[in-house]
Design a protein around this ligand. Structure first.
Ligand SMILES: Cc1cc2nc3c(=O)[nH]c(=O)nc-3n(C[C@H](O)[C@H](O)[C@H](O)COP(=O)(O)OP(=O)(O)OC[C@H]3O[C@@H](n4cnc5c(N)ncnc54)[C@H](O)[C@@H]3O)c2cc1C
Length: 315
């Protein structure tokens, strides 16, 4: 049987592992952290190609993801559902916002003026996949294991040592690639979120023109409020002052949130790279798949399919 090792058990590693399994590979994941301790486990997450390198390429990957998530939304156990997401613009800078390139036309509606919070010039409602990470990642893990996959918790020190003649190694180590591949172009962009209690009638939305990136994502375990964009930073603990500011900003966007009860706050990291790296290392059965920035969920299926294309091309 064809063999592969995937390094990393975040959303990118799990998706890549499942894609290889579906092509007949016997797959083992090696990861420093368990699935529930990865950065991916602390993300929102919603389909949105935010901070993820070159836009045309990101949109193409995002579209592949959109189609895959849309299929998964038909089952409740995946943690994926289609929701209405309002993308706000304070200032209209372009005819069309860049991310619309990755969305099917039928999923987009221009918001009426009276549907926008004060001080916003334009908004689009788009039907997008909501990917509830506390349900989705365990679901992927369960399917991977049911297909015979195994996860080993161990730190990999050399990718070249793992790659043998007949076996593929796929590097999905996220920010870990900064040290594992000595790739200093991938760097941390920290983020904090606050989770408040579920309440009806709250609209999912984002304002990415805000320096701090404001967003509201209603999930079944609470409403995720964000956020922060901390360049070159790996936050280790939520900051109370930041929590207050996030609440203030989100309250301005959705007055309903004035009554919200805080449940907890989280910090995590986006593995940002000017371009997401999906390529084979010359002369060796090693493929890199990392640097998904603020859109690892959004791009995960698209980049995993590219990994499989590279494996097939190599024969
Ligand atoms: C606050 C916040 C909100 C976000 N919201 C969204 C959103 O709404 N939509 C969206 O699409 N994206 C979102 N993102 C971005 C998304 O979370 C990331 O792009 C994604 O989690 C990256 O996944 P990954 O698998 O590459 O990395 P990770 O989840 O960090 O996984 C990396 C894996 O590699 C392993 N590893 C690293 N080094 C080694 C080593 N040497 N040996 C063995 N294992 C190793 C780690 O243990 C881990 O298992 C958000 C990010 C943040 C911070």
């Amino acid at each position: 049987m064809k063999e592969a090792i995937v390094v990393g058990a975040g959303v990118v590693g799990l998706t890549t592992a499942l894609t290889l399994q579906s092509a007949g590979f016997n797959v083992r994941i090696i990861s420093k952290e368990s699935v529930s301790n990865t950065n991916s486990s602390r993300a929102g997450a919603i389909w949105f190609p935010y901070r993820c390198g070159e836009q045309a390429q990101a949109n193409a990957w995002a579209m592949e993801g959109y189609a895959e998530f849309e299929k998964m939304a038909s089952s409740n156990r995946t943690g994926v559902s289609m929701v209405s997401f309002l993308v706000l613009e304070r200032l209209v800078k372009h005819d069309m916002p860049y991310w619309l390139g990755g969305v099917p036309k039928k999923a987009i509606r221009l918001a009426e003026k009276n549907e926008l919070p004060a001080t916003y010039q334009r908004g689009h409602f788009i039907a997008v996949p909501l990917i509830e990470s506390p349900v989705y990642l365990p679901f992927l893990k369960e399917v991977f294991e049911a297909n015979g996959g195994q996860i080993e918790i161990e730190e990999v020190l050399s990718l070249h040592e793992l790659a043998r003649e007949s076996r593929w190694v796929i590097n999905c180590s996220g920010l870990g690639a900064r040290w594992l591949c000595q790739d200093k172009s991938v760097y941390p962009v920290g983020g904090q979120t606050v989770r408040v209690g579920v309440m009806p009638g709250v609209q999912a939305l984002v304002d990415e023109q805000d320096d701090s990136l404001s967003y509201i994502i209603p999930r079944r375990d609470g409403i995720i409020l964000g956020g922060t964009v901390e360049e070159n930073s790996i936050p280790t603990m939520p900051n109370m002052d930041v929590t207050r500011k996030i609440l203030q900003r989100c309250h301005h966007l959705q007055p309903l949130l004035g009554k919200a009860k805080i449940l907890d706050a989280q910090v995590s990291v986006r593995p940002y790279r000017p371009t997401v790296r999906v390529e084979q290392e010359p002369g060796i059965r090693l493929i890199h798949n990392y640097g998904h920035g603020g859109a690892g969920f959004t791009l995960s299926w698209g980049t995993a399919f590219d990994v499989l294309r590279l494996v097939k091309q190599a024969g």
